[in-house]
Design a protein around this ligand. Structure first.
Ligand SMILES: [Zn+2]
Length: 242
């Protein structure tokens, strides 16, 4: 190989090294995103939490309805007892004073609409309690379904996570090797550009930069095409390779 050819080989590999570095970085970033998503999915599930909240709310609603029913039942049984006792005393002959008897009849008459009201509210309350029960059952099914779904996804997720972590380790080793094989200055240039422009290494498009699409200078275009040295776009700073 001629000296010029050797220089060209080395020059081509400078750009190519940075291109490989960039590909490796992209794979690392993809794996990191995937790992973060898997870890988040394994540690928690907002949808399951939402369904559990709905179940708790429905259960609270059902308990509230039951308590209201018990309150109405207590009141109803008190009023019934009072009515029965009035009736007994009215007809058992123990009260003889006509004024007292009239008063008791009036009291008993006043209790009737109260009894009707309470019976109607008890019915209403029991209906509310029943429909709350149905809602609770529905939310329990929704929670169980989600839990089953998550349960069936857990093993494949853990498996993929283990594979992705091992792939990430491999890619980091590849990156270290590529970086070690590149010139230190080139890696710095790449990292500096990559910090604010991605991709930082682009291909030459005709005579233009593949990143910002503006034409390179004649000298840079020739240099990029021949792979002679490292070419950066004077407009966007990206490294331009053949
Ligand atoms: Zn450019």
């Amino acid at each position: 190989m001629t000296a010029g050819g050797e220089a060209r080989e080395r020059a081509i590999s400078r750009g190519q090294h940075l291109l490989s570095l960039q590909e490796t970085d992209e794979q690392i970033a993809q794996l990191e995103t995937e790992i973060a998503a898997l870890e988040a999915a394994l540690s928690g599930d907002p949808e399951l939490e939402r369904r559990r909240d709905a179940e708790r709310a429905a259960e609270a609603e059902r308990q509230g309805a039951e308590e209201r029913c018990r309150g109405v039942e207590r009141e109803l049984s008190g009023v019934r007892q009072r009515a029965r006792s009035l009736e007994r005393r009215l007809y058992d002959g123990s009260v003889r004073n006509p004024q007292d008897l009239l008063g008791m009849q009036r009291d008993l008459g006043a209790l009737k609409p109260r009894l009707d009201d309470l019976e109607a509210s008890l019915l209403e309350c029991m209906e509310a309690s029943e429909s709350a029960e149905t809602v609770v059952a529905g939310t329990q099914v929704a929670v169980a379904e989600r839990e089953a779904e998550r349960g069936s996804q857990e093993a494949p997720r853990r498996e993929r996570l283990a594979v992705a972590r091992s792939e990430l380790g491999d890619q980091r080793a590849v990156r270290a090797a590529v970086a070690a094989a590149s010139e230190v200055g080139d890696v710095r240039i790449y990292e500096r550009v990559a910090a604010h422009r991605r991709p930082a290494v682009v291909h030459l498009e005709r005579d233009s930069c593949g990143g910002c699409h503006l034409p390179l200078g004649i000298r840079e275009a020739i240099q990029a095409r021949s792979g002679d040295g490292l070419v950066q776009c004077s407009n966007c700073d990206r490294v331009v390779v053949r």
